[in-house]
Write a protein that binds this ligand. Sequence first.
Ligand code: HEM
Length: 510
Amino acid sequence: MLVPIVAAAALMSYLVWRLHQQRSMFKDLPGPPHHAIWGHFLVMREIADCLPPDATPQLFAHLMRKRYGLGDFFYLDLWPLAPPQLVIAHPEMASQVTQKMNLPKESAIMQKWTGHILGKKSMVTANGHDWKIARKSFTSGFQPQKLLQHVPSIVDDALGFCEVLKVHARTQDVFKMEDLSARMIFNISARVILGLKCNAQRDDDEFLELFRKQASLAPQDFWSRYLYDISPQRHYQKWKHGRALDRYVGRIVDERIVHVPDEKSKYHAIDEAIATNRDYHSLSDKETRDMLIASVKTLIFAGHDTSASTICYIYAALSKHPEVLSRVREEHTNVFGPNPSSAPAMLRADPKLVNNLPYTLAVIKEALRLWPPTGVSLRHGVPGQTLKQADGTEWPTYPFAVLVNNCATMRREDLFKDPERFFPERHLVADPADPYFVPKDAWRPFEKGPRNCLGQTLALMQLKIALVMTLRTFDFAIVYENGTYMYQTLDVTAKPSQGLPTRVRMVYSI
Ligand code: HEM
């Protein structure tokens, strides 16, 4: 009887000591009101209560800054459920973390969210050698010049999307735009990256289904992202679907290794990566094959998920801002002529036309500012690496998880005048004296530095093409009912709530 009592007392003493040690770490650090026992849990609960339960936590930092008048950075004590955190909400400080120090990714935590989908050595979560090899292998396939050659096939996939929209326009039903746009972008990604023609837009495509099964097993709320998943059944499902996905992608990779396109001009991103590794490594090497498989999964998943939500945010914003819609339509008429059905042929003949759409680009940028699909870069502090303020004060990055919260930065009033307003014109202002001028490094939905988004040129290109193909042909009505509205939910990345219920009407017959 005595042994369990002593053991329980020892455990209690240890926990009290740990709690004290952990909470005192925050004594002199800037942050919201701190509780000696609860740390910042009470603050977190207060902020979470302002939002729907399934809202993405990437907005928390913005709301916290506003409510407690916090500065450019602050610390959060969420032990024992989450690691101690340093939150950054300022462009210059974000640059220190992502460019100057280039702090390593917080791989262990990120893998809890995405490891079963993308693999342990995914380019997004890996550090050091594993990251370098993957990034180097795929960089050339995403050069702007190389991507222009894919414009005709992107146009074809966007036309397929229009065909499906036409059916919805005829039936006047309400459908989930996020699902439809994800299917289009999935087709585009598979073609551009792998030279693979999928039919995700109309059928239940096996490749897309495998991804979706894995994504549905990702943590769906804030805390479960940090907690260990105790369900053996879910572990089994992750393992089973993961193996099926790896086999599927492995077959595609093996096929491309054997059947290299005859001309370099026909290379897709996977062919560029294989060519790079043919020069430096043996392609039969398991490590190289695993890297190719993990990278393909990462590129397809990271690419289609984020761009699909962005299209939704743009349609939602345009449905509320007819003046912006008129201006963007006018730009499309100026570039492609009055007949919307001329645009596909013109783009196929001259892919560079996609670079002549400054206002369309400004619309995309404004949607990404207000609703970034991945608004936080999660890094790990390093001993000796400190955050420096303009007055020379230094603040520790270690032992904290460092959250570069671009979502909060891009809603700052001192950086973006009228931050809650959807105002694409701000991205066209060149005069620094203009109050709407966007300061250097303040717009960062693709992050900056060596770990910035590899696919940003492709993302912007496919978004512009999708908008050219749809905006003059359809009117989009966003139909939330019973007092619901659009916000960003947490579903691996941030997605529009309820998949963005939409009804379309054809305004031009194609
Ligand atoms: C609107 C669309 C997109 C947005 C907003 C976006 C945003 C981002 C952000 C913020 C990061 C940094 C993440 C972090 O620091 O943890 C990132 C990384 C990455 N993105 Fe994107 N992305 C988009 C589309 C794409 C596309 C189309 C692809 C490829 C097909 C892609 C591939 C990647 C890859 C491979 C990385 C990891 C890069 C590295 O760590 O070296 N993304 N993206």
